[in-house]
Ligand binder design. Structure first.
Ligand SMILES: Cc1cc2nc3c(=O)[nH]c(=O)nc-3n(C[C@H](O)[C@H](O)[C@H](O)COP(=O)(O)O)c2cc1C
Length: 241
């Protein structure tokens, strides 16, 4: 199945067999990882496939293998990681492999130290699913409606609407201005000190990846000089499709 089709069928898989993914498939995964499109091309990113034994995680479910993601810590690096590795998430699902973003785990100290100054950002758990790795159709997604996530109902945003996010928070909001669509992220915290959380910045990168995968030839991303304020949200970037 094509990557784009996976947007409408994918789901987070949390039940896996103990069987490891074979070397030929791992090779494909590494190859695909090398070609991931960056949101910010100047940010260095590194990923590697690691065994369960090198990960500390308190979840009740597990997989024999995971992907550990590291990045230079520059402006936009979290959105960049979400954007890049959601492409890999869709690719894994297209191979029939189950996958789940995993915020509640991290590699052991030694691995984190040895990455050339890059910061550990996130894990992707993957493996052979027990049961279905895909949804039957779009009605099985629990998501806000298009009119909840945008200043106007725009079918071009459907791929972003279906994107996965940490605790299904769906922190994205879109506004329109001519051809441009501006992306915002919900801020959290006390009334006076509201800020964007790291997880939510990854989430909005993931939503952008779905827009890119649905429009690979026309997608263009940039930072606008001036955008209107949206109460409770921070500006992330703008795109055309
Ligand atoms: C950045 C990020 C972190 C996540 N961390 C976890 C996690 O630690 N444990 C977990 O079970 N699911 C995790 N998820 C999966 C979300 O809970 C899931 O994407 C969301 O509930 C929507 O469900 P779906 O992916 O099946 O469409 C994470 C998702 C994202 C995008």
């Amino acid at each position: 199945m094509e990557l784009r089709e996976m947007i409408y069928k994918r789901k987070s898989v949390r039940s896996y067999t103990d069987e490891r993914v074979d070397e030929a498939t791992l090779h494909k995964i590494r190859d695909f990882s090398c070609g991931l499109k960056h949101l910010y091309s100047d940010i260095k990113v590194h990923s590697e496939i690691v065994g369960r034994e090198s990960i500390r995680c308190i979840l009740p479910w597990t997989t024999p293998q995971l992907i550990a993601i590291f990045s230079e810590e520059k402006e936009g690096y979290l959105e960049n990681v979400g954007f890049m590795f959601q492409q890999l998430d869709l690719y894994l699902q297209s191979l029939g492999i189950g996958v789940c973003w995993l915020g509640m785990g991290r590699p052991g100290k030694e691995m984190v130290k040895s990455k050339d100054g890059m910061k550990f950002v996130m894990l992707l758990a993957f493996g052979h699913p027990k049961g279905d790795a895909l949804r039957g159709d779009v009605s099985e997604f629990k998501r806000h409606s298009l009119s909840d996530i945008s200043d106007k109902e725009d079918a071009r945003l459907e791929p972003a609407r279906l994107a996965p996010s940490s605790v299904n928070s769906q922190p994205w909001y879109f506004t329109h201005e001519g051809e441009a669509i501006h992306l915002y992220c919900a801020m959290k915290g006390l009334l006076k000190v509201k800020m964007l959380t790291d997880m939510n910045r990854i989430d909005v990168g993931i939503a952008l990846a779905h827009i890119y995968v649905a429009n690979p030839l026309t997608f263009g991303f940039y930072k606008a000089n001036e955008v209107k304020n949206v109460n409770g949200y921070g500006y992330i970037g703008s795109f055309t499709v």
